[in-house]
Design a protein around this ligand. Structure first.
Ligand code: SAH
Length: 322
């Protein structure tokens, strides 16, 4: 990647992320096993089955509120290892009529994760895969869209004043550097890809509901400052410029801009959302039939998902209804 930028000259932060993540030869998502204990980062569905189970309750509730239509189109953006869908489908199978009505579209760009999803979900014949939301057929009676830790992976633009922030190779420092030099706290960010994706999601929800879960904030644009781009390699933060194409890149999602596009939405921290859906009651039920080892995993998992000091407050849930 360093050589690529050296040859190309200056490229924008957004372009650098696109290359680092999706380039067919060296893109992070193209070549790596990214998720799970042996990957670079761990996500809520991998922490505890309770997460996917709560999302299953949410899907069923939306479907029932819509009058239990005969066909449901569930779209998941970036399904990772397919764990979330496995948990949703296990709970969904207990709800009469739900699974029978379901068609699922998975949108996945990473070939390795696509393989894992196919393997882990092989018992369900009604799942189809696409590389881009634009390819997913629309026109269903009722659509549900789920995106967990997907929006934070989308490349962002950064600005210093009116100038777009770029990356170039510095001969003097023999390294990649940001241009122009600036205080990271003065950087402004925008994510045109997220706005475009949200438009597409809204188009699919006619009618339906979407669930977008990510770390981020609801700060209005005028007071939203700071470089939030971060890189994680094998569960540890690393320097963005030194790890392009082999570390996971993410940013804090600008929920304010997304909410502005959705007339009917609800926004709350992940902890509150999971408590509202009954995670405590479900935990109690599972504990009563669990082995001591499972009990430990269940309680530590639930705490990690809900506690304000862990993911409960930092992660946010945007529900969109249409
Ligand atoms: N939702 C999963 C995985 C989150 S990681 C979970 O919670 O465990 C991000 C996921 O989005 C991965 O599956 C990654 O391969 C996929 N992804 C990232 N950018 C993408 C893009 N532009 N198009 C499609 N899939 C993408």
């Amino acid at each position: 990647m360093q050589e690529y930028i050296r040859t190309a000259g200056t490229i924008t932060v957004e372009e650098a992320q696109k290359l680092a993540l999706y380039h067919p030869d060296f893109g992070y998502y193209v070549q790596n096993n990214v998720i799970g204990r042996h990957g670079d980062f761990i996500t809520s569905p991998e922490i505890s089955q309770l997460f996917g189970e709560m999302l299953a309750f949410w899907c069923i509730a939306q479907w029932q509120e819509a009058g239990s239509p005969d066909t449901i189109h569930l779209i998941e953006l970036g399904p990772g290892r397919g764990t979330l869908l496995q948990d949703i489908l296990r709970i969904g199978a207990k709800q009469e009529g739900f699974l029978e009505s379901l068609t699922i579209s998975c949108v996945e760009i990473c070939p390795q994760l696509y393989e894992q999803q196919r393997k882990n979900l092989s018992e369900y014949p009604f799942i189809f895969w696409y590389k881009d939301l634009q390819e997913v057929p629309g026109g269903a009676d009722f659509t549900l869209v789920i995106a967990n830790e997907f929006f934070d992976t989308l490349p962002i633009r950064q600005f210093v004043g009116h100038e777009e922030r770029s990356i170039r190779f510095s001969e003097a420092e023999n390294n990649l550097v940001f241009a122009p030099p600036c205080n990271p706290n003065s950087v402004k960010e925008s994510c045109p890809l997220a706005i475009n994706l949200m438009q597409q999601i809204l188009h699919h929800l006619s009618p339906g509901a979407a669930l977008i879960i990510d770390y981020g904030d609801d700060t209005p644009a005028e007071s939203r400052f700071g470089d939030t781009l971060q890189a994680v390699f094998q569960h540890k933060p690393v320097k963005v410029l030194q790890s392009l194409s082999f570390a996971d890149l993410s940013h804090q999602v600008d929920f304010h801009s997304l909410r502005n596009m959705c007339p009917n939405n609800r926004f709350q921290p992940q902890g509150n959302f999971l408590l509202r859906l009954g995670i405590e009651q479900r935990l109690e039920k599972l504990m009563s039939i669990a082995t001591p080892e499972q009990r430990f995993a269940l309680t530590t998992g639930a705490t990690r998902l809900v506690a304000p000091t862990e993911m409960g407050q930092r992660f946010k849930v945007l529900e969109v209804f249409q």
